[in-house]
Design a protein around this ligand. Structure first.
Ligand code: TYC
Length: 113
């Protein structure tokens, strides 16, 4: 079939049926929102416990974990990772549960990026 008459042709190439002008609708893939996981300083949780948490739940080397622990200690708070909502929630729960089981007051929260 020829494509001369826009009223008769199929519209697979998104040709405007009235004008014959080719149009394009850009497929928009939505990225899911990301969440920052924050670790908060306190006066009681031992430094080595925080370092252990960062190694265990956030996959950091000892050196990375120690460095970031010191940032939290000095500045009061730091982002320890950015994740999907579900993963961020799991990380926060793991940290809070581990801290509670060891009776440390360590606080971990999440917020939308
Ligand atoms: N401020 C704590 C101390 O001096 C160490 C600490 C670091 C606690 C980071 C919590 O998220 C934290 N023992």
């Amino acid at each position: 079939m020829t494509r001369r008459d826009p009223h008769l042709s199929s519209n697979d190439d998104q040709t405007d049926r009235e004008s014959g002008v080719a149009t394009k609708t850009r497929p928009r893939t939505q990225r899911p929102p990301l969440y920052k996981v924050l670790l908060l300083n306190d006066d009681y949780t031992p430094m080595e416990f925080v370092v252990h948490i960062l190694e265990r739940f956030f996959g950091m080397t000892h050196a990375q974990a120690f460095e970031l622990m010191l940032v939290v200690h000095k500045k009061g708070v730091a982002v320890v990772g950015v994740f999907s909502h579900e993963v961020a929630e799991t990380k926060v729960a793991q940290v809070m549960d581990f801290a509670r089981r060891h009776q440390h007051p360590l606080q971990c929260t999440m917020e939308k990026e």
